[in-house]
Design a protein around this ligand. Structure first.
Ligand SMILES: C[S@@+](CC[C@H](N)C(=O)[O-])C[C@H]1O[C@@H](n2cnc3c(N)ncnc32)[C@H](O)[C@@H]1O
Length: 291
């Protein structure tokens, strides 16, 4: 009943043209509500059954996420919407109004900062001729400055052929593009004795359970040259859009603190440095091969 009243009033605010106040207020309510794991499923169901949900689905960003056009959550098309702040396809007037707000939320801002941090890093490593491995590369948007360059020292791995078509269209023949599950790729690379100076992954570990995280660290270490760097970024539980992403966008991530990331690094025998981005959305973990 309490939820119903809240959702009724939120919808009324949106209908009166006050989405700018209604959406952050709703996100805040969902952020609080999702910390109570016992009542959260009911809150989420109540929202999805309320007419408010249909209004929220007019936002092309939230709708794309919930509809999962490529069949899995968080595809590179969704990440492009965030990077470009451009709605995919036509939208209603309300949809456009909502989009302007949701695409500015804290978590999308964290995704944009993640790319902004990675861009100079990969560009500089490429310039130095380092052997670079990008795991779950998506559209490799952090490689934008390298379009038109020979990037034969960069190996880009993703399991989604649509993503790799985009990478191929942007970077052409010189890129070493591999369609594979990252674990299968790393296992084969380790067996071949492949060695990289920089291995990094953005937007992958948020979907990996702890067992898969351990495997990722172990395999990445096996493919890292002595003195090489393994870098990853994982969403933090602290960002205020956790409930919104779960209930509205149907986008469920595995959140981790810096200490969790240090733990995985330590288990694999890496020396690690962690930090969080200014939006409090994303934690980074930079690991050095001890040899
Ligand atoms: C959230 S997107 C991130 C894309 C890109 N790294 C970025 O930050 O813009 C996640 C990408 O990971 C890929 N992916 C997820 N799990 C994977 C796996 N086990 N092996 C290979 N690719 C995977 C998806 O296909 C998708 O392109």
């Amino acid at each position: 009943m309490h939820n119903e009243r809240f959702f009724d009033q939120t919808l009324a605010m949106i209908e009166r043209g006050n989405s700018g106040a209604a959406l952050p207020m709703l996100a805040g309510k969902l952020y609080n509500a999702c910390t109570d794991s016992a009542s959260w499923p009911q809150t989420r169901t109540a929202l999805r059954q309320h007419p408010l949900h249909a209004a929220l689905m007019e936002d092309p960003f939230s709708a794309y996420s919930a509809l999962r056009p490529r069949g899995y959550p968080g595809d590179a098309g969704l990440i492009d919407i965030i990077y470009d702040k451009t709605a995919p396809g036509p939208a209603t007037d309300l949809g456009r109004e909502l989009f302007e707000i949701t695409v500015q939320f804290q978590a999308p801002e964290g995704v944009r900062m993640r790319r902004a941090h990675a861009e100079p890093l990969v560009t500089s490593a490429w310039r130095q001729g380092k052997r670079i491995l990008v795991l779950a590369c998506g559209h490799f948007r952090e490689g934008a400055l390298l379009i038109g360059q020979d990037i034969s020292n960069i190996t880009l791995v993703d399991q989604d052929p649509i993503s790799l078509d985009v990478v191929h269209a942007n970077h052409g023949g010189s890129a070493n593009i591999v369609a594979a599950n990252v674990f299968r790729f790393l296992r084969a690379a380790a067996l071949r004795g492949d060695s990289f100076d920089l291995i990094y992954t953005l937007g992958l570990t948020d979907y990996l359970d702890d067992r898969a995280m351990r495997m990722l660290h172990r395999l990445a270490k096996a493919c890292l040259a002595p003195g090489g760097t393994f870098l990853l970024a994982n969403f933090l539980p602290a960002h205020l859009g956790t409930g919104w992403m779960d209930a509205v966008m149907d986008w469920h991530l595995i959140y981790r603190e810096e200490a969790d990331l240090e733990h995985f690094a330590g288990e694999a025998g890496f020396a690690a440095r962690t930090w969080r981005d200014p939006t409090n959305s994303v934690a980074w973990c930079e690991m050095k091969h001890p040899g």
